[in-house]
Every structure is written in C-alpha cells, then in structure tokens.
Design a protein around this ligand. Sequence first.
Ligand SMILES: Nc1ncnc2c1ncn2[C@@H]1O[C@H](COP(=O)(O)OP(=O)(O)OP(=O)(O)O)[C@@H](O)[C@H]1O
Length: 241
Amino acid sequence: MPSLELRKLNAGYGKLQILFDVSFTAPPEKITVIVGPNGSGKSTTLKTIFGLTTIYSGEILFDGKNIAGLPPHKIAKMGIAYVPQTDNVFAKLTVRENLVMATYGLDESSAQDRVEEVLEMFPILRERLDQKAGTLSGGERQMLAIGIALIRRPKLMLFDEPTAALAPKIAIEILDIIARLRDEYKITVLLVEQNAKKALEYGDRAVLLVGGRVAFEGEAEELLHHPDLARMYLGLVAETG
Ligand SMILES: Nc1ncnc2c1ncn2[C@@H]1O[C@H](COP(=O)(O)OP(=O)(O)OP(=O)(O)O)[C@@H](O)[C@H]1O
C-alpha cells in the first residue's frame, strides 16, 4: 500500500521560497488533511508533490521512491492524481467528452468500463452527459473533476479545497465522496481544506502549516481539540466541559 512521505522539503516559485523543511507522512488508505491560515503554503504543498513548483532540497517518497523533481506526467503515471481548485474540467466540452478524454491511452473496453464506473458513482453526471461542463453546478463540476481523476485508478489523490464556494450541504456530499474513495477504493487522500473544522472531522491525520512550516502533525481529532493551535490558527473554539 502506497504512503507518501515528505522529508525536509524546501520549495517555492522560482527564487521565492514558500515551503521550509516541510516533513510529514500521509499514511496509506487514510485521509490526511492540510490546514492552516491563508498563504501558509497548503496549495503549494500539493503543487510541489505533483511536480509544479521548484524544489530546492528534500525528498518526496511515494511507495518508497523519491519522486521529487519528476515532471507531472511521470508523477501521474505512478498513480497520483491532482484535483486543482479551479479549471479542473474542460468547460467547453460536454460531460461525456470530458470523461472520454480522460480515458486517452486505455483500450476501448476498459475505457468504457471506467466511464461506466464513474457514472455509477455519480448518477447525476449520467443525466448531464450531453451538457457542457461549464454549465454544471459547482458540486456537479467537482464530481466531474473527481470522476476524471478516478478514470486513471489513482492510488493517491491530492485535493485542493474541493468544497470551496459550495453550499454546506453540497460540501458535505463531496466530503462523503472523498471518504468513500478511501473506504471503497482504498485510495490514500491528501486534502487541503479551508473549512478546517469539517475537514478535520472527516480526516484521519492532520498537518497544520503556518508560514510554510509544519506547526503540527498528528491525529486530526487531536488538532481539532488542541487548546491553543485550534484557536490560534484555525479559528476554532476548543470545546469545554
Ligand atoms: N504561482 C505563484 N507564483 C508566486 N507565488 C505564488 C504562486 N502561487 C502562490 N504563491 C504564493 O505562495 C504563498 C503560499 O500560497 P498557497 O496558495 O500555497 O497558500 P495556501 O495556504 O494554499 O493559501 P489559501 O488558503 O489562501 O489558498 C502565498 O504567499 C502566495 O502568494
């Protein structure tokens, strides 16, 4: 079972360093949530794992292999899927075209099976097959983005704020889907979330980033109830009594 381990990672954009000695582990078949204030480097961490930033030093071990410095297409090939926050579907193509595009390189029968699997997981997409992705609701668009990623049968999925801008009820639906990916598909999940409380309730493990450094790594539950960190950085009021 693949786990992901970051070891003393220093990374950023060109000369602008954003991540400082970032180390943490995302254990197999668990949801690891990355939380932290705005600008603390959460998205940059996901982009770095997927080969989209400049790495100065450190290691990213996936399944025991160091993937730091590999280009995104090689990282994808190893079984890692990245679902960015926006621009994660082709708005001008239909739902069907988006899914078919994602099967590129698969033989025809497995391509059909995989699309069918996605439609079984997200029945609403079946109703929208001939609709342009740009006309989907926010929640439906997230489902399509997740579906596109699932077609490659990833072992590790990186989600960047998948519930941003969604109504609370729809946000819960998306988090439920992510929990199903862990439980039914045995996928290891790394989840960046703005809504720390909800995400920590769903997550197994947690990483708190502050100023590009790891301020906490441990059980999600522990961070949720941490007397100081939860209040200082996540705006959560520790429960009393
Ligand atoms: N492409 C880029 N080029 C240069 N700097 C960037 C780029 N993308 C992000 N940054 C900077 O990196 C820092 C960390 O941004 P990042 O998006 O990783 O934070 P975040 O924790 O995900 O924040 P948020 O919750 O606001 O999305 C910020 O100061 C941001 O301005």
